[in-house]
Design a binder for this molecule. Structure first.
Ligand code: ATP
Ligand code: MG
Length: 279
């Protein structure tokens, strides 16, 4: 594993390291909390309200999101599951600002994401978000190190510092010796580790992962899950879409999407069965 015990927290989550994930409201019992020291309430990093998205094509319209509400608090690991075609990717794209929405609001740290211009939204994504995709989406002509450097260079980090930070992140994902390899010279699991390093190198407020283990065998998928959990344990906020039951139930918070709506949001133990769950 990439993280030796006692090793310092990943650079990517440095300013959040040590923070404790707040318990989700749905996990809290009905007993009133005992009196204690005043603690400032934690504001969500991301807050979505009534988000709607309709795709219009020659073949007709598809209401992919029909009024999604979701809060993501600092330090949470939110798993998103649900049957195919029920709006998981659309939700991720709309909540991260990769795609436009038709109605509703998405605020990131209090800023209305969809009120920004395209250029502002792109800058916001580059600064505040990381992305991990099923097909890795690495740039094939770049080395692993260059792929990881890219988000830093895009946000104005000097090349020398970018190189050092990329190398540091590759070490943290267990690929310190593979920085000069191009993606096609790496296994699928290694490529996804590079993609994770790239997503985290900019110290994002939130990381979005859409089926990050979908192209990996079971053993490699569990390695990648372990790595994401390591970063989460160090304070990183992640939203992970998955069809993998083991991954979906490995966090304290599961969001289930059915028919363009959040059908369930809470501990996986209480989730209603759906076709994905039983697969
Ligand atoms: N670009 C698009 N144009 C038209 N329809 C789309 C587009 N993208 C998605 N859809 C439709 O929106 C609905 C939701 O799709 P989405 O990709 O969000 O599902 P999903 O839950 O991620 O599915 P999967 O688990 O298979 O990845 C589907 O009916 C899909 O066909
Ligand atoms: Mg999808």
């Amino acid at each position: 594993m990439a993280f030796a015990s006692g090793e310092r927290s990943p650079a990517a989550v440095g300013d959040q390291a040590g923070s404790v994930a707040p318990s989700h409201p749905l996990l809290t019992g009905s007993e009133p909390a005992p009196p204690g020291p005043e603690v400032a309430p934690t504001l969500p990093i991301l807050s979505a309200r009534g988000v709607r998205k309709t795709y219009r094509t020659g073949a007709g319209t598809v209401e992919a999101l029909r009024g999604v509400d979701l809060d993501v608090n600092p330090g949470e690991l939110v798993m998103v599951m649900g049957p195919s075609g029920n709006g998981k990717t659309t939700m991720l794209n709309c909540l991260s600002g990769l795609d436009d929405i038709d109605a509703g609001t998405v605020t990131i740290d209090g800023e209305d994401l969809h009120a920004l211009t395209d250029a502002q939204r792109t800058a916001q994504r580059a600064r505040r978000m990381g992305f991990i995709f099923q097909s890795f989406n690495l740039i094939p002509v770049f080395t692993a190190a260059e792929n990881v450097e890219l988000p830093l260079l895009c946000t104005g980090v000097r090349p020398r510092e970018a190189r050092e930070r990329a190398h540091d992140m590759l070490e943290r994902v267990g690929l310190g010796s593979r920085g000069k390899h191009r993606p096609l010279e790496l296994s699928g699991g290694q490529q996804q580790r590079v993609a994770i390093a790239r997503a985290l190198v900019n110290e994002p407020a939130i990381v979005w992962a859409d089926e990050p283990t979908g192209n990996l065998d079971t053993h490699t998928a569990s390695d990648v899950l372990h790595l994401m959990r390591e970063f989460h344990a160090a304070g990183q906020t992640l939203v992970v879409v998955t069809h993998d039951h083991q991954i979906g139930t490995s966090s304290e918070r599961l969001v289930q999407m059915i028919d363009g709506l959040v059908n369930y949001d809470g501990h996986p133990d209480g989730a209603p069965p759906d076709p994905t769950f039983d697969s």
